[in-house]
Write a protein that binds this ligand. Sequence first.
Ligand SMILES: [Zn+2]
Length: 356
Amino acid sequence: MPGEPIEFVGPYREAPTLREREDIQRFIDETGQPEAWPKLAKGKPDLALRWEIVLQFAVRAEVRPEGKLIPCCLCDDKPKFLEGAYIWGVDDGSLRCVGWCCAGNHFGGVRMRQMQRTFRNAQRYDQAAFWLMEAVMPVAEELVADLKALEPAVKHLTRERQVLHRLPTTEGLLKRACEQNNGRLTVEVEATGGMVPRLGLAGSGGTSNFTTVVVGQLRGQEFVRGTKGWRQRWEQLLKCAESLIYSDPLIVCTWSRKEVMDLSRQAAQLIREAPKFWADLKNATDFLSQENAEEIQRWSRHPDMPHRLRVQIDGGRVLGLYANGEGLIKLDLRCPSMPTLSGKWEQLRDTTKVAA
Ligand SMILES: [Zn+2]
């Protein structure tokens, strides 16, 4: 009756793991007796509950004891079949062995087809498990090493970003320069000869009597624009990569579906995010390059520069910025070099389609 409490028969609160299904398959291959697996529940399954196919098998008649067919639990254990399946009771946690010949009659064609579909969909849990074991976990230590190699650059950028933050006027000026004109460092000069098209400003279709002069290109825009701290992003990625290190990847075979899917999702995200992070970080280091410092200096020296931005470069090592009468900040231009990521990331990215 609906609403009646379901009796837990067990022992499977979760679907049998990959390891358990491998054990069952081996047992069937060795004995030819799928009905004798010790953890099977006896008696007829309650058809009102939810059932999932978790394993399919076929046994040859020659290996059967006395050549007898396999008894069917749907038909009072009468010998009935050689091909069938293990079904798992989602609600009662039991595992039962049924024959195809009878299952269709008892469950009905529509429900059987639905169960077959669910079984095919469930293959993705196994695919994710194999992906973790065979593709991801064996290279996890290399992924961790790749991320650790970025630490000096992360440290440097974090520190210099905090320095820049101390002079909000300069930061605001540079931010605006990023946003306008795709990072081109521009000044506006009054045009002679009346109205001319306003150049370069995004979304501006009108005219004005000012014209935009491009003085330089602001590199490393990620450095100025970055909202989330470098350190924080890096630590998250590192933690995620470290969680993929297992001395024995076969442990995945003993995990529940949820555990498998949680880690494979996390791994897929890491594989997507780390190269993006690397590219952002690389872009940010460009801000602290000598060339960029020189562009900013050229910008500040334009006679029509509307802001009072004073820039000095000391020995190619320090960029001094002084804006609108506020104090001087000094950015250290000697950013540690960034090693490139190993090819593992690219390889793994091609395999994530299987896991997702
Ligand atoms: Zn039957």
